[in-house]
Design a protein around this ligand. Structure first.
Ligand code: Z5A
Length: 208
């Protein structure tokens, strides 16, 4: 495989990103690539510390502004230490969430506004966007059902379905605005159906 590519995976709670990332990794390896898997918030020592802060329950809560700025602080470090070096080395980067998550979760879920959050993305990485974003889309009730039973829900997982409806609407808006980059995958089907959907997109975009 020649030049590196930047693939991000997005979706609401319980969308099945973990499984999707395995499928993408296997596909890239099948093409002879050596993908770099990473995640947000996180992916670096500082990013993982910020992840702990962001996901942990706080009695005093956290302002939406602080939340989005911490997401972007972790992202700036991640870009600098992991994403840009890997792409520069010609590796494929598969990232579990990226700036679209901030647009959907903080822009829509926390009601900061899509444009306001997008402007932080333009400030943080004006010259870099994912080559492909797979948006795993499914009804909120199904996502929450699949995610149920986790030991102790974190600060985001504890949100109500109305919050995730707003996040889903955020992703739908991004997909409508950027159809060339964002590919919707119907994540409500069986694992085999989801696998076929993801593989078809990868083949169409990067295959042969
Ligand atoms: N966040 C934010 O607000 N702003 C930002 O900028 C960023 C993040 C970057 C942590 O992210 C939180 O940070 C996240 C948004 C916020 N909170 N939420 N919600 P995360 O990605 O680490 O957390 P998560 O969304 O909770 O990810 P997850 O736990 O890894 O979920 P998932 O990967 O989408 O789900 P899964 O574990 O792959 O699947 C869920 C279950 O469904 C599991 O038991 C699977 O076996 C099952 N599954 C998967 N596919 C299927 C199919 N097709 N059929 C049936 N069952 C299935």
């Amino acid at each position: 495989m020649g030049d590196g590519r930047f693939i991000t995976v997005e979706g609401i709670e319980g969308a099945g990103k973990t499984t999707a990332i395995d499928i993408i990794r296997d596909w890239v390896k099948g093409q002879g690539g050596d993908p770099r898997l990473t995640r947000e918030p996180g992916g670096t020592a500082l990013g993982e510390e910020l992840r702990d802060v962001l996901l942990r329950h706080r009695e005093d809560g956290m302002s939406a502004e602080a939340e989005v700025l911490l997401m972007f602080a972790a992202r700036a470090e991640h870009l600098d230490r992991v994403i840009r070096p890997a792409l520069a080395a010609g590796r494929w980067v598969i990232c579990d969430r990226f700036t679209d998550a901030s647009i959907a979760y903080q822009g829509m879920g926390r009601r900061l506004g899509i444009d306001r959050v997008r402007s932080l993305g333009q400030w943080t990485h004006p010259d870099l966007a994912p080559d492909l974003t797979l948006w795993l889309d499914l009804p909120v009730t199904l996502g929450l059902e699949r995610a149920a039973g986790r030991s102790r829900p974190d600060r985001f997982e504890s949100e109500q379905s109305r919050f995730f409806e707003a996040v889903r609407h955020g992703y739908a808006t991004i997909a409508e605005q950027e159809p060339a980059r964002v590919q919707r995958i119907d994540a409500s089907g069986t694992p085999a159906q989801v696998r076929d959907g993801i593989t078809a997109v990868l083949e169409a975009r990067f295959g042969g």
